[in-house]
Ligand binder design. Sequence first.
Ligand SMILES: CC(C)(COP(=O)(O)OP(=O)(O)OC[C@H]1O[C@@H](n2cnc3c(N)ncnc32)[C@H](O)[C@@H]1OP(=O)(O)O)[C@@H](O)C(=O)NCCC(=O)NCCS
Length: 229
Amino acid sequence: MICDFASSERSVTFSGKKRVTLVKQLSRFERPKLKTHFLALPPEDVYLRFGLAQNSAAIIDYVEHIDFERDAVFGVYGDKLELIGVAHLAPQGEGAELGISVLRGQRGRGVGTAIFSRAIEHARNLNLNNIFVHFLAENLVIRRLVRKLGLISVMRGSDSAASMALPPGNAGTVWNEWVDDCIALYDYSLKSQVELLKTQTRPRKPHSLLYPSNDVKLSAELADSNSSP
Ligand SMILES: CC(C)(COP(=O)(O)OP(=O)(O)OC[C@H]1O[C@@H](n2cnc3c(N)ncnc32)[C@H](O)[C@@H]1OP(=O)(O)O)[C@@H](O)C(=O)NCCC(=O)NCCS
């Protein structure tokens, strides 16, 4: 989808065209999609995302325990309705911590920047004072991303943290977020309909193969009725 109306942080250039990454706020009903996203990350990325190695059971447990009433989770959906990027914003005191991940193969296209920017906007609208992210010192990509968005990084041995003081939200940021939500929801429903159409237009097996026993019964009944006087 190519549109031109988003703020500059959310637009990326693809072969001369401006492209907007639509970020949707996720609900608890999207937990299965979240599990699929995190389980698709290779162990190295899980390590970078959570700061420690996590097995599948721990990842599923993490997703099960996300409190959607308190926290905000944002996602970018691909054309097949897979979550290609996810950010989890967890308010803590007057600030909020952000964790972010983008699937390999979808990186370097601005997805991370778009989700992070959306999380900043949301945090401002919640009147939170600051946003911060913890990451491993070796994680050069996130360091570059946070620097680009204006966060200040501090190194602490093998760990790093970056934070930024947030100006309060205003009518403009609230409006922007509302519009972003509506467009992302519209995009999601379009993608859902395309996926539904695909399943409906897929060639089906002949009836007799789907319900052999019924067909056999029916032919037997027909044979009976034809032979009866
Ligand atoms: C960090 C992460 C979310 C970035 O996602 P992304 O979609 O690639 O981010 P963007 O495309 O918006 O790129 C952000 C910046 O990083 C740069 N970048 C992306 N991939 C890079 C790479 N492999 N090497 C160097 N820089 C890279 C981009 O060029 C961009 O900077 P620029 O705009 O100045 O060019 C993703 O790499 C990831 O999921 N990593 C594993 C989990 C993780 O480390 N999470 C952070 C701790 S919570």
